[in-house]
Design a protein around this ligand. Structure first.
Ligand code: UDP
Length: 240
């Protein structure tokens, strides 16, 4: 079945903003649907899929604390935002006939399963898409760190970072610099030293220390995720 790609188990990380469409805030159901369809086409290849979705389309801890809220409280609100996004993605995927589990780092048993590593592995073996919600469960972290942590725990072969409006890692911001150049490949150390915008530094360090490659690609191209898994299209590979 699996001739198109060599990957068996992957992590797909998308930011919360990937789900908001042109709205500027919150969830845009047709956009959620489109991403779910992308995930389904990869699922059909037999690839085992983990997902982490951010929460920035709803709430970010840093912006809450900038407005006087206690940082830890604001971060918990951000983590709860990721649960809403995870449930929206679950609903869209199951509407397409893809079985899923939402697995939360913060217990809320009526809403999502608690994170139990061996149970999550079993879901993957049964080809259920595992959507890891509530980040790492700890304030002061990001969902990039959560994606890297879970990818390591689940023994994913790579993290696929789906980005909006950009198709890889550039030497400077391509939105404001016409001469920005995309890297085909770049090392973790260069990402850190040059402060390239990929993931936050703690997530990059966690990927580097465990030799987990990151593939940064654009979410805007339809069919992009499946193409990227097959090594087609433009992307940046971050590795050792
Ligand atoms: N967050 C947290 N711990 C985690 C993951 C997330 O405290 O392990 C909070 C943090 O406040 C963050 C918010 O959840 O701002 C939303 O996550 P993130 O900013 O990573 O979302 P994205 O930018 O990917 O949409």
């Amino acid at each position: 079945e699996q001739t198109e790609t060599t990957y068996n188990r992957v992590m797909l990380k998308i930011s919360g903003e990937a789900l908001m469409g042109d709205q500027g805030f919150g969830l845009h159901p047709p956009t959620v649907q489109r991403i779910a369809e992308e995930v389904k086409t990869v699922h059909e290849l037999g690839v085992e899929i983990c997902m982490v979705i951010g929460g920035g389309n709803i709430f970010r801890g840093l912006s809450g604390s900038a407005q006087g809220m206690e940082r830890t409280t604001a971060d918990y609100m951000g983590m709860l935002a990721t649960v809403m996004n995870a449930l929206a993605m679950q609903s869209a995927l199951e509407g397409l006939g893809v079985f899923t589990r939402v697995i939360s780092a913060i217990r809320m048993d009526e809403v999502a399963e608690p994170y139990i590593r061996r149970r999550a592995v079993r879901h993957l073996e049964k080809k259920r898409v595992c959507i890891f919600a509530a980040g790492t469960g700890n304030p002061y972290f990001t969902t990039d760190t959560a994606a890297t942590l879970r990818a390591n725990e689940m023994a994913c072969e790579a993290i696929f970072m789906g980005k909006n409006g950009v198709d890889g890692v550039y030497d400077k911001d391509p939105a404001t610099n016409d001469d920005a150049v995309r890297y085909d490949a770049v090392s973790y150390d260069d990402v850190l030293a040059k402060r390239l915008k990929v993931m936050d530094a703690s997530a990059i360090a966690l990927a580097r220390d465990n030799n987990l490659p990151l593939i940064v690609f654009g979410l805007d191209e339809p069919g992009g995720f499946r193409g990227i898994l097959a090594g087609k299209g433009t992307y940046t590979k971050v590795s050792g």
